[in-house]
Design a protein around this ligand. Structure first.
Ligand SMILES: Nc1ncnc2c1ncn2[C@@H]1O[C@H](COP(=O)(O)OP(=O)(O)O)[C@@H](O)[C@H]1O
Ligand SMILES: O=C(CO)[C@H](O)[C@H](O)COP(=O)(O)O
Length: 551
């Protein structure tokens, strides 16, 4: 029924593997979630900046949550399955068994997570090549991408891992292989994290130049020599073995997958905004910026022609919305930073006890506490003398500088709950200033953005959303379905079966506006001043580093 009226009883399953948990949803053709389940996943940090996971654990969690969301449903109504996941590196041997990515030789831990910063020396050497592929990652390759991690494995775990490896997958591609037995990779992961070009394919000279000529000589069989657009149908669909694991019918369509931020982008960026008083109603879709905010935040802007934004990943062709170029700005830790600041504060046990007593989340408690102490002033004004620079895990965009560190100025001797709440507020604001900084870089390079579309765990926090509106001066659109990343995964499942004529049509039909949060323009002067301080912080940090480097 491509393009026609929507039929009831056509369901898709979306599976989203985030950093902290795996989630699944049963989604109908209108993009409504009929069932949702989630489960936390294991993470290991054997050394500082080494972050590992297990592909077996993650697959088991995918199975648990999928079985839960289809309980009690007529399985014949399920038409397609889509996966998205973080862009973590999965290593398997030639028989598809897990291989260790650690010095301990623990093969259960066979994933180097996206936020792992072990390959610093490797990424410096890659960037020093000045190879032309670097133009397509904002001019500087990130330590979080796959090439430096692969080089690290070759240089550090030659016998136990590198020589035995048969398959290196991005996590979203591992999941689609596990479901279908098809090793084809998604254009999304290869273009965004592996230097593949949608137009020219692999660049042999890059891999030879960085010392990974091995991939060229075996025709890229270990990292992918068959590439499909996100949403394309894979092989014969779900294998009988995977069907048993997931509790789904064998043979249903399974889509080529997406990285989680990109699935969030599909879930929100194409929504029909008519009737909400938004300026983007009369503007092209390129005026929208999807911001997917979980452990990290990713800022996804699309354009008809390639735009080169220094320090912002891309331009990537057709990596998210087919036919459009994508620029992806990002902040490596946002949810993780808020949690770090709150949980590390001396008043955290008191906060936890009080929130539990009120049956509230710690964030809801902190937000209401801020409302109590703000008196007659707007809540954001509580941080007039407390400022945070949020790059506790380096700067992804727009400075692309992994040496940058976090900063806090304005500390006092107090350690009470008021102090914790105000520090939390300053951290949330710093993340929003980081978004403004990224938007300004994108606009200076040619983007024209008027509206933000937020999703991910942090978009459940009203303070985070309001601060993004106030600090960027732009309205923030929240979807009807708070789990928009799962809607994006379900859109893939729908496209795999051809239930819509295009990804664009599926986006417009399956995503709906829930709420719009407008900026409080009367507070603009205050935030403009705080933004000036924000920019000074990084300038000063660089000056300190220069002083310490000098003789
Ligand atoms: N209900 C909530 N209120 C406020 N913040 C939340 C809420 N739920 C999650 N978060 C924040 O979102 C972050 C996790 O987002 P999520 O999208 O689940 O992450 P990931 O995809 O990386 O697993 C947490 O670090 C937390 O700070
Ligand atoms: O690099 C990314 C997307 O390109 C993401 O930061 C990464 O996938 C982690 O996502 P999340 O914050 O949801 O855990």
């Amino acid at each position: 029924m491509p393009g026609g009226d929507q039929e009831p009883g056509r369901y898709y399953v979306g599976v989203d593997v985030g950093t902290g948990s795996v989630r699944a949803a049963l989604v109908d053709q209108r993009g409504s979630l009929l069932a949702f389940a989630d489960q936390a996943i294991n993470k290991w940090e054997p050394q500082f900046n080494h972050h590992e996971q297990s592909s077996e654990d993650i697959w088991a969690a995918c199975c648990t949550v999928t079985k839960k969301v289809v309980q009690g449903i007529d399985l014949n109504q399920i038409r397609g399955l889509g996966f998205d996941a973080t862009c973590s590196l999965v290593v398997l041997d030639k028989q598809f068994r897990p291989l260790p990515v650690n010095h301990e030789g623990d093969s259960h831990r066979n994933i180097i997570m996206w936020l792992d910063h072990r390959a610093v020396s490797q990424v410096h050497r890659i960037n020093n090549t000045k190879h032309s592929v670097l133009q397509y990652v904002g001019g500087v390759m990130s330590v979080e991408m796959q090439a430096p991690k692969l080089l690290w494995l070759k240089e550090n775990l030659r016998e136990t891992c590198w020589d035995k490896a048969g398959h290196f997958f991005d996590l979203p591609d591992f999941l689609s292989w596990k479901a279908t037995g098809v090793t084809a990779r998604s254009l999304c992961s290869l273009v965004c994290k592996w230097t593949y070009s949608a137009e020219k394919g692999w660049d042999d000279s890059f891999w030879k130049m960085i010392g990974l000529e091995d991939f060229v000589s075996d025709n890229y069989s270990k990292i992918g020599n068959q590439v499909l657009p996100p949403g394309a149908s894979l092989g014969n669909g779900l294998t009988p073995e995977a069907a048993k694991d997931l509790g789904l019918p064998a043979g249903i369509a399974v889509a080529a997958s997406l990285i989680d931020a990109h699935a969030g982008g599909l879930g929100v960026i194409g929504t029909d905004v008519r009737g909400h008083g938004l300026t983007c109603e009369g503007q092209p879709v390129t005026s929208r910026l999807a911001v997917i905010c979980g452990t990290s935040s990713c800022h996804m802007g699309i354009s008809k022609d390639p735009i080169f934004v220094p320090g912002v990943w891309g331009p990537y062709f057709s990596a998210m919305v087919p036919g459009f170029w994508l620029n992806e700005g990002g902040q490596s830790v946002t949810g993780k930073l808020i949690d770090h600041m709150v949980k590390g504060h001396a008043a955290f046990p008191e906060l936890q006890a009080k929130a539990t007593a009120r049956c509230q989340s710690i964030y809801a408690y902190l937000n209401s506490h801020l409302d109590l102490i703000k008196k007659a002033q707007p809540v954001g004004f509580l941080t007039v003398d407390l400022h945070v620079w949020p790059d506790f895990h380096g700067n992804r965009s727009p400075l692309a500088d992994l040496t940058l560190k976090g900063m806090v100025t304005g500390l006092k001797l107090s350690q009470d709950l008021d102090d914790l709440a105000i520090l939390y507020l300053a951290t949330v604001q710093a993340i929003a200033f980081g978004t403004r900084f990224i938007i300004e870089a994108m606009e200076a390079a040619g983007h024209s953005i008027s509206t933000l579309f937020l999703c991910g765990g942090l978009s459940k926090n009203p303070l985070f959303v309001q601060m993004h509106a106030d600090i960027t001066g732009m309205p923030v659109v929240l979807s009807q379905e708070v789990e928009s990343v799962l809607v994006g995964a379900a859109i893939l499942g729908a496209c795999a079966l051809g239930d819509f004529t295009s990804v664009q049509e599926a986006m417009a039909r399956m995503s709906k506006v829930g709420r719009v949060v407008f900026p409080r323009l009367e507070d603009k002067r205050y935030y403009d001043k705080k933004y000036q301080v924000f920019l000074k912080l990084v300038e000063h940090q660089k000056e300190y580093a220069a002083i310490m480097k000098g003789d």
